[in-house]
Ligand binder design. Structure first.
Ligand code: PGA
Length: 248
């Protein structure tokens, strides 16, 4: 899976970029990977309508844990599904930092996503200070334990490992570091949910670009990418997805 997180970017005119993505996503490539675009909530309905019948799926960037109620400004997973989303990102580090989202809150959001029939893309990742202190594995392990609900499966869950220090900075971990964290995530998922959980996709995110995608996406236990900045332009986003055009 290659998923694009548009964050707080995109207006109605961005439809042109989505059209380019739909046109450029060749059938041979579409047979190899799932391509997901997560625009701001204001564009979900338009994007879902436009991408109908194409191989591109539309997702959301966050949801509320409740289905409805007095929560001014919030959107429920049911509403996102109703607008045409098939997936939702939960627990992105920017939401954890800007909105104080805890692992418990993220877990409730993932459960809300499942309740509404959405795929939950659950994000984890260490800060620079945590990495420098040698705490990456325990921190990511703790986030994983706290943020992923019981009954996670390959059908309802995708994990995104995004080192906070790699997001939007142009910095990326080494392949060895990525493999170490993804390997730990895989092991923990299987330990908790059984052998079938080895099919849960684990995406890498943080400064993925067309020129480093092939290297990062071929690393062991990396099943795709969560892409921020480079997902805004069709050329870059499709360039990243072409890391899957060769044999693997
Ligand atoms: P980036 O963002 O690709 O711009 O580093 C990744 C993300 O935050 O999902």
């Amino acid at each position: 899976m290659v998923a694009g997180n548009w964050k707080m970017n995109g207006l109605g005119a961005s439809m042109a970029e989505l059209e380019k993505m739909i046109q450029g996503f060749e059938p041979a490539l579409a047979a190899r990977l799932d391509l997901l675009v997560c625009p701001p909530a204001t564009l979900i309905a338009q994007f879902a309508w436009k991408s109908k019948g194409s191989k591109i799926a539309i997702g959301a960037q966050d949801c509320h844990a409740k289905a409805f109620g007095a929560h001014t400004g919030d959107l429920s997973a049911e509403m996102l599904r109703d607008a045409g989303a098939s997936a939702v990102i939960v627990g992105h580090s920017e939401r954890r930092a800007d909105h104080g989202e805890t692992d418990d809150a993220v877990r409730a959001k993932a459960e809300a996503a499942w309740r509404a029939g959405l795929l939950a893309i659950i994000c984890v990742g260490e800060t620079k200070t945590e990495r420098e202190a040698g705490d990456t594995l325990p921190i990511v392990g703790r986030q994983l334990k706290g943020s992923v609900p019981e009954k996670a499966s390959a059908a309802n869950t995708v994990i995104a490992y995004e080192p906070v220090w790699a997001i939007g900075t142009g910095l990326t971990p080494t392949v060895k570091d990525v493999e170490e964290v993804h390997g730990m995530i895989r092991k923990e998922l299987v330990k908790r949910f059984g052998e079938a959980a080895s099919a849960i996709r684990i995406l890498y995110g943080g400064s993925v670009k067309p020129d480093n995608a092939a290297t990062l996406l071929k690393a062991a236990d990396v099943d795709g990418a969560l892409v921020g900045g480079a997902s805004l332009k069709a050329g870059d986003f499709l360039g990243i997805s072409r890391a899957y055009s060769g044999g693997r």
